[in-house]
Design a protein around this ligand. Sequence first.
Ligand code: TYD
Length: 136
Amino acid sequence: MGTFDASLITVPTIENDAGALGVLEDSALLGFEIARAYFIYDVPGGSERGGHAHKELSQVLVAVRGSLTVRVSDDVQSKAFFLNSPRVGLRLSPGLWRDMYDFSADCVCLVLASEKYRESDYLRDHSAYLDWLSNK
Ligand code: TYD
C-alpha cells in the first residue's frame, strides 16, 4: 500500500511597493534539495499532462501564472488540488500517481524536482504502477 503524501505549502514571499518575490530554497520546506527546475506552459485547451508516477523523485509544483488542477492518487486515495497562486506549492512525495488538467491558457507551472531527469524513474502505465505499489 502506498503512503499518500501530498500537501500544500506556502511560498515565502517578499512583498513591497515594487511587487512580490517568491522564494523556494529551503529544503526543510520543500522536503528535498533542488536538483532541477522546469516549467510547463502553452498547454493547449483541454490537454491533459502527467499520467504517471515517480519511483524516487519528489516534486513541488507552483502555478506561478494562471491555474491548473492536479489529481493525485495512489491505490487507496485520490485528491484533486486546484493550483492558482504563485504563493502556493503542491508537494508530492515519490510513489504518487498524478494527472494534470484544466490548464488555463496563461498557465505557467513551475516544477522543482529532487533529481535530474531520468526516464527509468517513471511509471507511465497505471496497472504497472499498481503492481509496483503492491510490491513495495
Ligand atoms: P513528462 O514528465 O511526461 O511531462 P508531464 O508530466 O508534464 O506530462 O515529460 C514530457 C516529455 O518531456 C517526456 O518525453 C520527457 C521529457 N522531459 C525531459 O526531457 N526532461 C525533463 O526534465 C522532463 C520533466 C521531461
